[in-house]
Ligand binder design. Structure first.
Ligand code: 5AD
Ligand code: FES
Length: 347
């Protein structure tokens, strides 16, 4: 019966919320078959290619106080850092030498940098490396700012919505943050022509299986080019320190269901998944993911970008991570490619 649901999802790219719920509630029985169908679907569009994105975590200052996040403003037990614009550009330069053709600039919502700063960094990276894509992951910004950054040359933007349930959103964030502003940003990003990534954590506090089932209608409505999901992982210095981490296995099923719902989506096997399970990223690729985002930040700051406890890859040089990932991916029968890896639009 579960198999028939997966087959229908593969054929139609959609199920009802109740049907998704049935699959999610029975993830242990269904995950292997779902993964197999998800990998077949991925292969139709992307073959056995896995795209890599060089992640530059340029600042761990953040004005927000998300209850789950280790770099929240209220965490006093953390050493803060920020890279200068020149340092960010030079991270991209060394990433280019390693073969990266996409750079993801990710940071907390650090008001130290102005729009001008970001525009200069984007312009400089695009000037030096015209064959590269620049992806931003800067959190919520004004409409005007998102427009300026696009005009400066940014190609893509990642902004996880964190949950499609407004009430659940309020349980994950203080009142100073709003679901509506999140949606406003996502809408702006689409209007301005960014390739857009949304996403959520699996197993975040107060999340129900019904919430997870409802994510698919949201994804279908937004129709993003990228979806970033990973398990929630407890961070000891947050208000959610007493909550248990999410399940890697349930995350894997969610990856497969996302692949089957949005067949062409660019879907990373995230660091969080690799943190919860040493083989998590390989399993993610074998569940339908097709993107990896190794870290290019200088090793001196790596350990400080701790969104959650025990984050992996904090001691390795970028080159070491690349080698490690290549070897890991080989074991899955996939191959890492170093082109921009754009979304395959329907023709
Ligand atoms: N566990 C897992 N993921 C987290 N993120 C933030 N804190 C955690 C955590 N404790 C995710 C959020 C954010 C992304 C950058 O990292 O979904 O959007
Ligand atoms: Fe920084 Fe949430 S604590 S965006």
């Amino acid at each position: 019966m579960y198999k028939a649901l997966i087959d229908r999802l593969e054929a139609d790219s959609f199920l009802t919320a109740d049907e998704y719920l049935t699959l999610i509630e029975n993830y242990k029985q269904i995950s292997a078959y779902a993964a197999q169908r998800a990998v077949e679907t991925k292969k139709k569009y992307y073959g056995n290619k896995v795209f890599v994105r060089g992640l530059i975590e340029f600042s761990n200052y953040c004005r927000n106080n998300c209850y789950y996040c280790g770099i929240r403003a209220g965490n006093k037990n953390i050493e803060r850092y920020r890279l200068t614009p020149d340092e960010i550009v030079s991270c991209a330069d060394s990433g280019y030498e390693l073969g990266f053709r996409t750079f993801v600039l990710q940071g907390g919502e650090d008001t130290h940098y102005t729009d001008d700063d970001f525009c200069r960094v984007i312009g400089e990276i695009k000037k030096r490396h015209p064959d590269c894509a620049v992806t931003l992951s800067l959190g919520e910004r004004s409409t005007e700012s998102l427009k300026r950054l696009k005009d400066a040359g940014a190609d893509r933007y990642l902004l996880r919505h964190e949950t499609a349930n407004r009430e659940h959103y309020r349980k994950l964030h203080p009142d100073s943050m709003s679901f509506d502003n999140r949606l406003r940003c996502i809408d702006d990003l689409k209007r301005f022509g960014y390739q857009v990534g949304v996403g959520f954590m699996v197993g975040s506090p107060y999340q129900t299986d019904r919430d997870l089932a409802n994510e698919f209608a949201f994804l279908r409505k937004v129709n993003p080019q990228m979806v970033g999901i990973g398990p929630f992982i407890t961070h000891k210095d947050t208000p959610f320190s007493d909550f248990e981490s999410g399940s890697a296995e349930k995350t894997l099923l969610m990856l497969s269901l996302i692949r089957l719902t949005l067949p062409r989506v660019l879907l990373p096997a995230t660091t969080a998944l690799g943190t919860l399970d040493i083989k998590g990223r390989e399993k993610g690729i074998l569940a339908g993911a097709n993107v990896l985002m190794p870290n290019l930040s200088p090793v001196s700051v790596r350990g400080k970008y701790m969104l959650y406890d025990n984050k992996i890859c904090t001691g390795e040089e970028a080159a070491q991570c690349v080698e490690c990932l290549k070897n890991r991916i080989k074991t899955t029968g996939h191959e890492i490619v170093t082109d921009r890896g754009d979304y395959k639009n329907e023709v």
